[in-house]
Design a protein around this ligand. Structure first.
Ligand code: PLP
Length: 374
């Protein structure tokens, strides 16, 4: 298999653990094992007694039961638990696609959604964002024009990385209708789901809303537990679940038992965790509001309805990759340049972490020195 280097993950591998301040993380604030176990009576003792044998390939029945409570039509058997969200993206694409297939990908995107189908030899068509003022939009008419009789899968990401865009319920219905009449699978990466800033913004999971829908979820983002490396794929189509199990026996075979146990504790207490993370987001958003109002001639942003990330437009003539490199070099601040998504003139910010106020202060100092003083 020949696959392009994953630009975003390369960037994080190089800088995530050395940058002094991070302004662009897509995960919410993490917690310790001790804090997580304290959320449930008896959990610590049960964790200490976790058996370190092989686990179920599809994920433990108990954990699949906990995951199914997030959905309305997904039963435990419709789920496969995987390593993070990256593994289900990889496994699904290899399980379902052939080189003659065409796929449509909502772009810009988390690169594996595009690069894995490309590496299989599929023709990949991009359903591109367009901006109306500061607002990202995805035109359903444009999506319709990309569909052909070879289209096998539409890859979506809702809420969307990097723009922060989330479909309305009506837009979701229209996309599903298009897929249904053309017999297309919708694969939706929903790693930021359940982090809607108001509950009225929430839309159903695509695996619930569409009989040929596949949803990917993960502990990493909304729940802030990426170190567990627990994600899953939900599909009512049993053929997909079966094909993925067969492939998974070549990748990770089964998941880490301690992680499965801890993910179960987190999911049974997910509303406590989500409330904590939404509070952090609600504390950070006004700081960005004030910042972008103050520097409106330099930057503009779309304040999302969901998730912990947004995409910021730069209104000055500097390459985003160079701008990010300079912020890192001069002040140790990590921002994620649009070039990483092949979408120049923007950078990604995050607001799910507790240290955002400190990082934003440093970023302001950097802006004052480099953009305002000049
Ligand atoms: C949209 C999207 N999908 C998948 C992933 C991968 O998630 P994980 O690290 O849990 O495998 C990420 C991580 O940034 C992401 O943003």
């Amino acid at each position: 298999m020949k696959i392009k280097p994953f630009k975003l993950e390369r960037y994080y591998t190089l800088h995530e653990h050395t940058a002094k301040y991070s302004l662009c993380n897509s995960d919410c604030e993490a917690m310790t094992i001790a804090d997580l176990l304290s959320l449930e009576k008896g959990a610590k003792e049960a964790f200490d007694n976790t058996w370190l044998g092989y686990t179920h390939t599809q994920g433990s029945p108990e954990l699949r039961n906990d995951i199914s409570t997030i959905y309305s039509k997904i039963k435990p058997d419709y789920l496969t638990v995987c390593t993070g969200a990256q593994e289900p993206i990889f496994l699904f694409s290899h399980a379902v696609l052939d080189s003659e297939d065409e796929v449509i990908v909502q772009t810009p995107c988390y690169q594996s959604l595009q690069s894995v189908p490309e590496s299989i030899g599929c023709k990949v068509l991009n359903w591109n964002v367009h901006y109306e003022g500061n607002t990202p939009c995805f035109d359903i008419g444009a999506l319709k024009k990309l569909i052909s009789n070879k289209t096998k899968v539409i890859y979506l990401n809702a809420p969307h990385n990097p723009t922060g865009f989330l479909f309305t319920k009506d837009e979701q219905k229209a996309i599903i209708e298009l897929a249904r009449i053309n017999n297309i699978i919708i694969f939706c990466d929903e790693v930021y789901r359940e982090l809607e800033h108001k509950s009225s913004f929430a839309i159903p999971a695509f695996a619930d809303a569409y009989e040929n829908g596949v949803s990917v979820g993960v502990m990493s983002k909304a729940y802030g537990l990426p170190g567990l490396r627990i994600g899953w794929l939900a599909a009512r189509n049993q053929e997909i679940i079966e094909k993925i199990a067969i492939l998974k026996e070549y990748t990770t075979i089964c998941n880490a038992g301690p992680s499965e146990f801890l993910a179960g504790v987190a999911l049974r207490n997910r509303h406590t965790i989500l409330d904590k993370n939404l509070k952090i987001i609600q504390n950070n958003l006004p700081l960005y509001d004030a910042f972008f109002a103050k520097y409106a001639d330099l930057f503009s942003w779309y304040k999302p309805n969901a998730g912990p990330i947004a995409f910021v437009k730069m209104h000055f003539d500097t390459d985003d990759m160079i701008f990010a490199e300079q912020a890192l070099k001069e002040k140790g601040i990590l921002i994620l340049p649009g070039g990483i998504y092949d979408f120049n003139g923007y950078f990604r910010i995050g607001f799910g972490r507790r240290k955002i106020p400190e990082a934003l202060e440093q970023f302001e100092a950097f802006v004052l020195e480099n953009l305002v003083a000049k």
